[in-house]
Design a protein around this ligand. Sequence first.
Ligand code: Q9C
Ligand code: ZN
Length: 629
Amino acid sequence: MASGTALIYDDEMTSYKLLWDNPECDIEVPERLLSSYEQLKRYHLLERCVHVPVREGTEEEIMLVHSSEYLEVVKSTQTMNEEELRRVSGNYDAVYFHPNTYRCAKLAVGATLQLVDSVMSGKVCNGMALVRPPGHHSQRTAANGFCVFNNVAIAAQYAKRRYGLQRILIVDWDVHHGQGIQYVFEEDPSVLYYSWHRYERQQFWPLLRESDYDAVGQGKGKGFNLNVPWNKVGMGNSDYLAAFFHVLLPVAFEFVPELILVSSGYDSGIGDPEGQMNATPECFAHLTHFLMQLANGRLCAVLEGGYHLKSLSESVCMTVKTLLRDPLPQISGEMAPCLSAVESIQNVRAAHKPYWKCLMYEVPPVKTAAAIVSKADAHLLPISVQVEMEMNAQELKTLVSALDAELVKEERALLSLQNVVAILDKILKKKVCNGIAESSLASVSTTFALKHCFDFGLQRVLCIVVGDVDLELDLDDGKILLMNICQKQQTEKTNSKYHISLNWREDAERNNFFCAVLGFILPVAYSYQPDLMIIVIGPNRSLGINGISLLTCLLQGLAESRILVVIQDTEIKLVQSVAKTLSGVPAPDFGAYAPASQENVLEIKRLRNQLQQEWKMLRCSVRDWIFGS
Ligand code: Q9C
Ligand code: ZN
């Protein structure tokens, strides 16, 4: 087995910088390379490495990832004046060009390929390339986030071609999502891409939906894209290690890579102004050490971000020192991942369960999701309940306009849908089993939710409405079975197979409950065999919190427990109780059976007689059986 560590660096890559005032880009400075290199010298690490010269990446190599049109654009910046440079830079997100950028970008690609060649030829076992500009945000036809050419993506394509590799692992520990790398390999099962990144539920740059844990890859590449989104800042050593132990390492050992490329950004380290994370330089020694146990130790680390010069240079040194096989430093901090980290880890594991044997057996899926109006109340819900943000406004509009062109124009209606659609979407896509959504207009949101269900391909939805909520629905085709539990006598409406009203006066809740729920609602629901249930709670309800919770509990045997509870009035006690029930806690005590009033018994009896031919589980006497069939 090869030994030795390559270090690839050239002063020339410090020869470009930001020429004008732009606070978005002013952290990406030449000193990033200089200070890292100086620190390697100071620790006498440099002299222990094998020095490999840089070269320019060729046009052909650059075009392994980028289009020739884009290459020409970058090339053309060489001879531009400041004004022209500003204009081209403005065509991209968080990018600046300098007349030397093109030359440095080619050197960054070439340096990365020199490193790959040194490792693949056996000249060294591993190594690091200190390069600028970074690469992982750049895309086929776009510069992005200080990145011009995608050094690591090009290196992976190059290694596949030149060395016939079939499995390459890219580990992106930069604090930003390397969406550029994700896009290149999304459908490619020969490149496993792993990235953790500051995400904050899509509120952090680059603000992409596809940075979330559920972007698992596409087509043949399903399962080969692993995103660990950090939803809080301040992630530290134990959080990073936990993500390695519980996500990356098991999958990587199952994948059996032939080469590891590290998108080695240190903005995920302590002190970095972009990342706001807490991992100390020692952490990178440990991460490096774990990765060295794969792919026969063939590891190429390529610099990406890192903007706190001290933290950056110390972390670079820790990485190189570990590559040189020095003993590992002690890792600091309490070894306990935070709740938010564990939540992210659980989500990625669940999303990848179908693709990896190491995850298949023991991942408990998140069962219940909730979207509530007052986010401040989130802590009142059971800890196992996943609290969702409402859906992104644009995404919602797209979805709604596809199904209801009128609705999308009404701001208030749209607002009432946000929570409901967010939860329903999770249930339909089987990301969660059940959920609760608060909605200001339960009638509007439930009507839309039902449309969405059928558009998704569901056959039968059981809709139970408690209180006054008017749904304008077409109830003839049997795709919806609507049961109303209301206080007022519904005079004009007559009951039919798919639309049933139960009058229920609040004075005798408990008595009515057992008679109506056990004697009627459950038998009808079981006869119907829904594939989803929606329980809608409106105003003037004649059923209390305990009753609603027990009803929810009793219905969980149907539709694989797929239940969406829509609550119109924000009432945290109710949400709390239903959330508990949905997440598996036994229903609250409802007291012993009490007989119903004569009036109610008669009403239920009448309903049963009317409908037992349609809903055969209503039969409870030989007479019913004989006359009903
Ligand atoms: N207002 C790398 O670390 N920040 N790139 C944009 C938008 C851009 C980071 C802020 C950060 C780019 C390689
Ligand atoms: Zn970064």
